[in-house]
Design a protein around this ligand. Structure first.
Ligand SMILES: [Zn+2]
Length: 215
């Protein structure tokens, strides 16, 4: 169970769209973020948001991914150390989500964008599907309940520069992910006269390790 930081929250940053929710969460005062190095990050989907996401979760074998915008959230910062080297823990709370406008969705993809500055949440289905065809999905299997953000998830997060993203991978299971989870490799600079490395080894090709496509 993640610590809720009790009364030890050093500061709380609030990012909430609806004015009603702002009033409800008034005790969470918006203050400047800390510039100290990050120690541990926790993520919690609070009761109202969790209830709505739990309500719309389905175990149907014929489903596609769904997407939401996180319209109410906050960051609590706890100063772990008060002397150098300084470190902060952070607690990300999600209070309210709203269905996103989805351009297209498949069994392992969903194409959508929330407004700038609004973090995103999407589902990973409880199914495994052959050829990405919803008619050929089964409940369970090797691709089901994956809470790992895909490369596409992480690259999108980095491109949007959101503070976090969230995956719902079961009725009450949520995975937060952060930009720091993904480090884009530096571009390869070709050296004059350097031989080109093989793109794959025969062993790799024989094993047929197709990278996961879920996003
Ligand atoms: Zn995903």
């Amino acid at each position: 169970m993640p610590p809720l930081f009790g009364g030890a929250i050093a500061c709380e940053i609030l990012a909430v769209r609806p004015s009603l929710l702002t009033a409800l969460l008034a005790p969470y005062l918006a203050v400047a973020p800390s510039a100290s190095p990050q120690a541990v990050r926790y993520g919690v989907v609070m009761a109202d948001a969790r209830d709505s996401l739990e309500h719309t979760w389905t175990d149907s074998v014929r489903q596609v991914e769904r997407a939401y915008c996180v319209v109410g959230w906050s960051i609590g910062v706890h100063h772990v150390t008060r002397q150098p080297p300084y470190m902060d823990d952070s607690l990300f709370r999600v209070y309210l989500v709203s269905p996103a406008a989805v351009r297209s969705a498949g069994t392992s993809t969903v194409d959508f964008d929330c407004p700038e500055g609004v973090p995103e949440l999407h589902t990973h289905t409880p199914t495994t599907c052959l050829r990405g065809d919803p008619r050929e999905c089964v409940l369970g299997g090797p691709d089901a309940f994956s809470c790992q953000p895909s490369r596409a998830d992480l690259e999108k997060l980095q491109m949007r520069n959101d503070r976090f993203g969230v995956i719902q991978c079961d009725r009450r299971v949520f995975r937060f992910y952060f930009v720091d989870d993904y480090r884009r490799p530096p571009p390869v600079v070709a050296q004059p006269g350097a031989s080109k490395p093989p793109s794959s080894t025969p062993d790799t090709a024989t094993r047929g390790g197709t990278p996961p496509t879920r996003s």
